[in-house]
Structures are given as C-alpha cells and as structure tokens.
Write a protein that binds this ligand. Structure first.
Ligand code: FPP
Length: 256
C-alpha cells in the first residue's frame, strides 16, 4: 500500500517515490545550516558528540548527492563564531572532527574530483584544525568538481565588519573613493569572495532562523526548512529540497 505523507509545508507527497528533480534547474550553490546533532544524540540516549560524529557522515552523504545532482558549490555551516561559548570538551571535539573527516574521506573526495575550501576567521582556529583543512585545500586545489566549502569559525556580522574595515583602510590609503563602494565590491570583500550567492539554503532540525550565516549572500536565496535532525539527512532529503526549489518562482523583487 502506498502511504501518503504530508511534509511540514503542507504539500502532499508520496513517501515511496523520491521527489522528481529536473536536470534543467539545479541550484548552482546550496548552503546548509546543519542543526540538530545534539538533539539527535539525546533522542538515542547518547552524548552530544555522537551527534556531531554522525553529522560528519551526513556531510559526506550530502556532498556526494550534491555532486551527483550537478550542484557546483556546497557550503556547510560547521562552526560559528558563537559556537566557542559551548563547553570546552564539545568545542575540542568539533575542532578535531575535520582531521578525522579528512583522514577518512579525503581520498574518496579526491577521487570524486571534489575541491575543499574553507570560509571563516582562520586566524582563531587551533593550528591542528587549520593544518588539516590546509592540507585538504592543497591536495584538492586543481579538482574541478563540486566545491565543498566549510564555514568554520564563521560569523556573518564579523565578516561584514571586517570587510567594512578593509574598505575603510583602502579609502584612507587613497586606493579607492567612498563612491567606488558598490554592492558588488562589498560582495567580493566578504569571505565568500567570488563565489556566487547561494540559490538555496537548507536548515535542518525545525529551527527557523539564519543564526548569523551568510546574511549578505542570502538576500535572495530560497529557504527550505525541515524537521529532520542533521545526522539523519540523506540524498532523499536533498532531492526533496531541490525539487521544492525548482517549484519556486524567483522574482528578485521584480515581476514574473
Ligand atoms: C549544530 O547542531 C551543529 C554544529 C554546531 C556542528 C556541525 C558540525 C558537523 C555536522 C560536523 C562537521 C564536519 C566537519 C568535517 C567539519 P547542535 O549541536 O546545535 O544541535 P542541537 O541544536 O540539537 O543541540
């Protein structure tokens, strides 16, 4: 018997068939707020870090599924500038995860032509965390497939503040004039640099907020929220999000 389910936004769908994704309108850049690791672990009676460990597996699943769909950029919010306020043991664990992830997965990512990048305030990261990312960046820099961009020690308000300081210094130094500042120049001065803005933002765990993530870049992104906790996120959920994205009409404030 085919069971019909109602997803949270109310669209009725068939839970035995993956949602149909058209090859024609694949988002170029998908950004993900990976939330609910702690609650997922609690639900199964495990410590929070087990949620992060399983969240790491979901990162790999999602990267492979995104690559298969033809998504070019996948930005994952792995650690925010506010996450330092968590208990030291949890922060230490999270800062060790990239080493573990890359030690286990880097060869396969290279095989799949994935390019690893990071976006964040690198200077404050522990040296072992940065070294792991730098090695992955170096070993994948010539890859031409999916760009897997980890937002680590990332905070949008700090990013915008730093960009404003940089532009301010350039005005003081006489290399630009205040009139030269345009939305394009501000965009290029951010940590995302030349990357296109995300077309689609996914946030898991039922929370409906942006949490200081890519506030400038998400101005016209389509937002998709799911109650699923991040460690459970899989290919079908990504397809569901992309299929919903393809049903949206993007007008950028204009008329269709
Ligand atoms: C939010 O869930 C998740 C994080 C703060 C960490 C996300 C990190 C990963 C999924 C692993 C990243 C992997 C690599 C390789 C960098 P939460 O802890 O806030 O969950 P809760 O809201 O249920 O407590």
């Amino acid at each position: 018997m085919i069971k019909r389910v109602r997803s949270w936004w109310g669209a009725e769908q068939n839970d035995e068939q993956p949602p149909a994704v058209s090859k024609d309108n694949i988002p170029q850049h998908v950004a993900v707020i990976m939330d609910g690791n702690g609650r997922w672990a609690k639900r199964i009676g495990m410590p929070r870090v087990i949620g992060h460990q399983n969240g790491m597996k979901a990162v790999k699943r999602t990267a492979i599924a995104a690559d298969e769909l033809g998504i070019k950029y996948l930005t994952m919010y792995a650690f925010s500038t506010e996450n330092w306020t968590r208990p030291k043991e949890e922060v230490d664990f999270l800062m060790r995860l990239p080493e573990e992830f890359l030690a286990i997965e880097l060869d396969e990512l290279i095989e799949k032509n994935v390019q690893v990048r990071i976006m964040g305030h690198k200077e404050h990261l522990p040296s072992h965390t940065l070294a792991a990312f730098e090695e992955a960046i170096r070993r994948t820099e010539h890859n031409t497939g999916l760009i897997l961009n980890f937002a680590v020690n990332y905070g949008s308000r700090l990013e915008i503040t730093e960009a404003m300081k940089k532009l301010g210094r350039e005005i003081e130094g006489g290399t630009i004039k205040a009139e030269d500042i345009t939305p394009e120049l501000i965009g290029k001065s951010l940590l995302s640099e030349e990357m296109p803005d995300p077309d689609l933002l996914i946030r898991t765990s039922g929370e409906l907020r942006l949490s200081n993530f890519m506030l400038w870049q998400l101005a016209y992104s389509e937002l998709w929220f799911t109650d699923i906790y991040w460690p459970e996120f899989n290919k079908e959920h990504l397809h569901e999000a992309v299929a919903e994205y393809q049903r949206r009409s993007r007008r950028y404030g204009g008329l269709k």
